[in-house]
Design a protein around this ligand. Structure first.
Ligand code: HEM
Length: 122
């Protein structure tokens, strides 16, 4: 009978875990997504007025600054990383992040729309 207890606890914990993930996902979208159009607009303006090289300061200074503000506001660990890292010092994904980005590439190659790709499960 003793061994049943951990399994029962785990099963009882699952719905609240799923709820936590759903709540965290919604919270993340609400809190962090508004930063994206700010960066995209700044980048488009910079490219329009100063050509492609004009976008470098947007990606190197402005975007990290906006992310820093969000980090301070939320206390969350928010980073910008990529699989084709330009700045290895601050843009290199860790193992989990690299796996998620690779998974996004696979999903996009299989026809999912890239503008709605998101990681929702652990
Ligand atoms: C003309 C367009 C662009 C230029 C010239 C550009 C340039 C750069 C540069 C120079 C860095 C390194 C910054 C540093 O020293 O930390 C960087 C980083 C980054 N950029 Fe951009 N970028 C452009 C567009 C974009 C777009 C459209 C996105 C995504 C929507 C993007 C996402 C990122 C991310 C996530 C990083 C951090 C990871 C890394 O260092 O690779 N960039 N970009």
């Amino acid at each position: 009978m003793k061994f049943l207890l951990p399994a029962t606890l785990l099963i009882a914990a699952l719905p609240s875990f799923a709820q936590d993930i759903a709540a965290l996902t919604a919270d993340t979208k609400k809190t962090v997504l508004p930063v994206v159009p700010k960066v995209v607009n700044a980048m488009q303006d910079a490219v329009a007025s100063k050509e492609v090289a004009g976008a470098i300061p947007v990606c190197r200074e402005q975007a990290p600054e906006l992310i820093k503000e969000k980090r301070q506001e939320t206390g969350w660990d928010i980073r910008r990383v990529s699989l084709k890292t330009r700045n290895a010092e601050r843009g290199t994904p860790d193992l989990w992040e690299a796996r998620q980005l690779a998974d996004f590439n696979i999903r996009a190659a299989n026809g999912e729309k890239i503008d709605s790709l998101e990681k929702t499960k652990s």
